[in-house]
Write a protein that binds this ligand. Sequence first.
Ligand code: B16
Ligand code: MG
Length: 215
Amino acid sequence: KYECAIFDLDGVIVDTAKYHYFAWAALAKKLNINFTIKHNELLKGISREESLEVLLGYSGLINKFTREEKNQMMEEKNQLYLSYIEQIGRDELLEGALCLLETLRNRGVKIVLGSASKNAPLIMSKLGIETYFDVIVDGNLVKTAKPDPEVFIFGADKALVPYEKCVVFEDSIAGIQAALASNMFAVGIGTKEDMPLANEVISNLSQFDVDRFFC
Ligand code: B16
Ligand code: MG
């Protein structure tokens, strides 16, 4: 059986992945870049800096901008994202999230956050869910973003749990790759089509069979 559950935040616990998409789409529109929800799949889970590079790469514009201009674009995207999440409340928690956190806590399972987002602390405090987590690792604490395993390795180390005893819940291709590279069990939240490498895929956390994995 497993001992630790590691949760991604955006798109797994809270319905914020759509706000990242809306904010990148607004920037893409301004730059005349064709950017659809399918293009957005590759931006999920990766850092803000890398997301911008992928977005600009979709148009071949990658080398056209100075560092300063790129920083400005990221700032603009983040401000728009922040405006979307300003009003966020518990009604934006994704199906099954709170119930699973409660169940795992009652069973004494270690609960870790492994998010790429620098805004994770703000979202967690707005939702009032920090208390569920034994360890919180976010985009402010890691040097190398997913698909690098650093975020999950760091979280498991802080929780003092061996990597092979961890189950990771992820909604992104990069996150699934990071979990597998950490030798952890990777549960995709979404569709098999979007996350073909996941050990298993469920549509939301209410579908997770706790008894199969945790005592
Ligand atoms: P920020 P997660 C990730 O969060 C998002 O999936 C990804 O779209 C975003 O670019 C990244 O955080 C960085 O977010 O701009 O807020 O620092 O899914 O790992 O919880
Ligand atoms: Mg995510």
